[in-house]
Design a protein around this ligand. Sequence first.
Ligand code: CO
Ligand code: CO
Length: 321
Amino acid sequence: MLEQLYPIKDENVLVGFSHADDAGVYRLSDDTAVVLTVDFFTPVVDDPYMFGAIAASNSLSDIYAMGGRPVVALNLAAFPKEAEFHPFIEEIVRGGVEKMAEAGVSIIGGHTLKDREPKFGFAVMGLIHPDKILDNSKARSGDALILTKPLGTGIISTGLMSDVSSQASIEEFTKSMAALNRRASEIMLEIGISTATDITGFGLIGHLLEVLNASNLRARLHSARVPRFKEVERLFGMGKIPGGTMENVRNFDSYVEWDKAVGTVERILMHDAQTSGGLLIFVPSGKKERLVDSLKKDDMLAAHIGDVIEAAPGKRVIVER
Ligand code: CO
Ligand code: CO
């Protein structure tokens, strides 16, 4: 919508909104460009410290997915004015600040509003070489698709809101959302990949489609290989499906050819709206093994969930069991 209202004429804008990329990129000189992104949201977990940490980790993710190095951030926050909320503010901010410190990012300013519903996040600036931007148009036929975090944060948090998610699963998904995609990004850059994106609100299918559309390619996925949090099946059985996930089903399901053997849980899971999800890395098949081994050696998940294939008539994504 923005693009129609305000077409970009500046040739130093290397990545705008035209390909639904993770972050915008602006060239400063022949060897330096800045990567910019912003993200903030309402609490996804009850623990205020972890909410702050997750918001920080999530806001950095688009920079890591573009192949950039985040350097500075501005905090965006909205908090209730009531005095009894003040201790929570301190904890949320501490979680955000410590996560940014872990990432080596300096917070150099911010802005806070009063609002009944708390919101927290960051605008982040990173640096990148103008020739090394991992944008959505760079996928190649034959690339293996590697996912670095399990899916299901939307389903688990919907269960959490109605108090039916177990403590173990809350801990599992909180830890996953707070984990930086930094190391995964460094490893993929060392090895050399085609491109990458991070999995957030549009779910695995939605974010995969953004890359496939921009690269004019298709993909074949295997639903049984898609990693998920332990309690996804049980909570799905209780109908704990977030509104954002159902919206993704409405928006993206018609681009997918589902094999009959793929179960409904897996189908919804692959559309589940994620908060601070992992990277989806498009790696040439010859480098796949090295990438998977390196990620696992650093204690990260590295699930080979499918492959990119040539454009052809038919749906963009094929999902087999
Ligand atoms: Co993104
Ligand atoms: Co984003």
